[in-house]
Design a protein around this ligand. Structure first.
Ligand SMILES: O=C1O[C@H](COP(=O)(O)O)[C@@H](O)[C@H](O)[C@H]1O
Length: 246
């Protein structure tokens, strides 16, 4: 397994700014190497703050945004205009990037409950969208960076401890999520772990126990965050408060 790197920043604001700077550089590197970048972004408090920090970072003008695909690790299965939608919470970033040539057809939102009858149908549609951008024989594009928040219970995306999961790569529906709203769509661990770089982004003292636990044992079922890794790098980008039990 690729060694994990733990990067500790002073507070949530510094962490969000550091993630944004690193993301812009990684996207620029991917574009220079392949002409296209695939990035999986995340909701949650820090996930959205990091995207807002990208929008505020002057270096964003160095990226050809029309060549960047944005994907989601998970989404809440609610109506398109619900404030619970991760993609809606990230709208400030996308609006800022519109002016820099972002092609909205490359912002790959997961399906909403006013477009699909069930979360299963939305999951199936997202799997098809991923496959449409994949190399021949692959289920999803090669993700350059995949970011994940982590809950105090160690959940990542919508993969909760001792809850719905799959041994297969793909996209699945989750019901009765311990954290509201109950119905969600999520990438499985098998798909998450195809990414070249996975960044687990975590702030806050309430997450310190889960952060420490995830470093000490690998148990996908009981501690989902512990089982996440990239094929080239696994980075935990955290703040001091979250790191106190390491
Ligand atoms: O429900 C979710 O929670 C996690 C973590 O959220 P946070 O507010 O504790 O940072 C998030 O990463 C995930 O995408 C989201 O659906």
């Amino acid at each position: 397994m690729i060694a994990r790197q733990i990067l500790i920043h002073e507070d949530p604001e510094a962490t969000a700014n550091a993630i944004a700077a690193r993301l812009i550089t990684s996207i620029a590197d991917a574009l220079a190497a392949r002409g296209v970048a695939h990035v999986v972004v995340t909701g949650g408090s820090l996930g959205i703050a990091a995207l807002e920090a990208v929008a505020a970072n002057p270096a964003k003008t160095s990226v050809i945004w029309s060549q960047v695909h944005f994907w989601w690790g998970d989404e809440r299965f609610v109506a398109t205009d619900s404030a619970d939608r991760n993609v809606l919470q990230a709208e400030a970033l996308f609006a800022a990037l519109d002016e820099l040539g972002l092609d909205r057809s490359t912002v790959h939102a997961m399906g909403a409950s006013d477009k699909y009858d069930t979360a299963e149908q939305a999951a199936e549609a997202y799997a098809a969208e991923l496959a449409a951008e994949a190399e021949q024989g692959a289920l999803n594009p090669a993700f350059d960076v995949l970011m994940l928040g982590m809950g105090p219970d160690s959940h990542v995306a919508s993969l909760f401890p001792n809850h719905t999961r799959s041994d297969q790569p793909g996209v699945i529906a989750v019901h009765d999520s311990p954290k509201p709203p109950p119905h969600r769509v999520t990438l499985t661990m098998g798909t998450i772990n195809t990414a070249k770089e996975v960044w687990l982004i975590v702030t806050g003292a309430d997450k310190a126990p889960a952060l420490a636990k995830a470093q000490h044992e690998i148990n996908e079922v009981a501690v989902p965050a512990s089982a996440v890794h990239g094929t080239e790098a696994t980075r935990w980008i955290v703040d001091r408060a979250a790191s106190t039990l390491l």
